[in-house]
Design a protein around this ligand. Structure first.
Ligand code: TXA
Ligand code: MG
Length: 339
């Protein structure tokens, strides 16, 4: 499988024939599922107001029924269809960050089937910043519920092939928009009570949010409160079929040498370039770039290492600041789940 090299500039403005969008709309209208690209990861979509189609999402993904979905909208008209009220803080955030990788938790409109949000009275909503996703939503003319298009617990797909390989014939159609530019899932922000709180870190950081709305509570991995508020967080996530070992920058070279003596099938995945000889590694990807490039390539590197039969992937850690908070969240959960 061909993947985007680290240095490839990805243009989200890829053209896809209108006929493909029309076919996708027809499938959705008939109650089917369509996978589509967003700027973050590929989503597995169904019409929000079609309860049977929503159930299919949970079945195909093997998703626990207590893990709520994100609703995707193309415009404010679609947005106001699914939420009960729009507080002033939401207006500010929408103006600053939509379309973009920010999911807002708001009170759910009663006509949205409860199973979309796993029975909660709140709903997760976002406007994706991807031309194909927006085109699809506009042509359909109504909101689409879409979790990441992977089997539950696995890393999110960032290329159309990832979805095809993992979900196969269970999804009628995969709209191919090439590799997703962000590569990590959206930031989830709860604005239903008191001070807004980050439930899942993403490309839009705490600092970005605070610059627009003032005080925001940071993402907390272990707090009881955040477990209750973000139901998905209690399930394991982002786990490839490869053991993930996290290594700080300072120890990277030394640890690679040490692991070489283990007799395991090894892979290298680093954010910077290290002086580690390629010999002895089944998978070797050193990213000479910034955190954004690392984020963009993280999940596809997991899958590529898996495809090569790597047993242990030696992954460089990054500093937990800015986008590094989201990168380390995914890496730590992947490492924890792959033990
Ligand atoms: O970037 C993304 O957000 C991608 C693309 C496809 O848009 N979608 C995505 O969806 O990552 P999913 O289902 O894989 O993750 C949704 C997250 C879960 O952690 C879930 O618990 C949380 O959002 N969530 C959804 N509804 C919620 C609610 N009402 N209250 C709290 N958390 C909620
Ligand atoms: Mg997911």
């Amino acid at each position: 499988m061909k993947t985007a090299p680290f240095n490839q500039k990805i243009s989200p403005f890829l053209s896809l024939k209108d006929s493909s969008i029309q076919m996708a709309v027809d499938i959705l209208r008939k109650g089917g599922l369509v996978a589509f690209p967003t700027e973050t990861v590929y989503g597995l979509g169904a019409r929000v107001f079609d309860s049977k189609a929503i159930s299919k999402i949970f079945n195909v993904k093997g998703r626990p029924s207590d893990n709520p979905l994100i609703v995707h909208v193309a415009d404010l008209k679609q947005f106001t269809l699914v939420v009960k009220k729009v507080p002033p803080v939401a207006e500010k955030l929408i103006k600053a960050f939509w379309p973009g990788p920010l999911t807002l938790i708001l009170p759910r409109a009663s006509k949205v089937p409860p199973q979309v949000s796993a029975g909660l009275f709140t709903l997760a909503v976002r406007m994706p910043n991807h031309p194909l996703a927006l085109h699809l939503l506009q042509e359909l003319g109504e909101p689409v519920a879409a979790p990441s298009a992977n089997r539950s617990g696995r890393p999110s797909p960032t290329q159309a092939n990832h979805v095809r390989n993992e979900l196969g014939n269970e999804v009628k159609m995969v709209l191919d928009g090439g590799p997703c530019p962000v590569g990590l899932e959206s930031t989830v922000l709860d604005i239903t009570k008191g001070v807004p709180r980050i439930l899942r870190p993403g490309q839009i950081t705490l600092e970005n949010l605070e610059a627009v709305i003032g005080k925001v509570l940071p993402y907390e991995t272990s707090s009881e409160d955040s477990l209750v508020k973000s139901p998905g967080s209690k399930h394991s996530h982002y786990v490839p079929n490869v053991r993930i070992i996290l290594i700080p920058e300072k120890e990277y070279t030394k640890e690679c040498e040490r692991w070489k003596r283990s007799g395991k099938k090894l892979g290298v995945l680093s954010r910077k370039k290290f002086d580690v000889p390629k010999e002895g590694f089944l998978f070797y990807r050193q990213c000479e770039g910034d955190d954004a490039l690392y984020a963009q390539n993280l999940f596809s590197a997991f899958r590529d290492a898996e495809a090569k039969g790597v047993e242990v992937l030696l992954v460089e850690q990054v500093a937990k600041k800015g986008l590094g908070v989201a990168i380390m969240d995914r890496l730590e959960r992947a490492a924890e789940g792959s033990k």
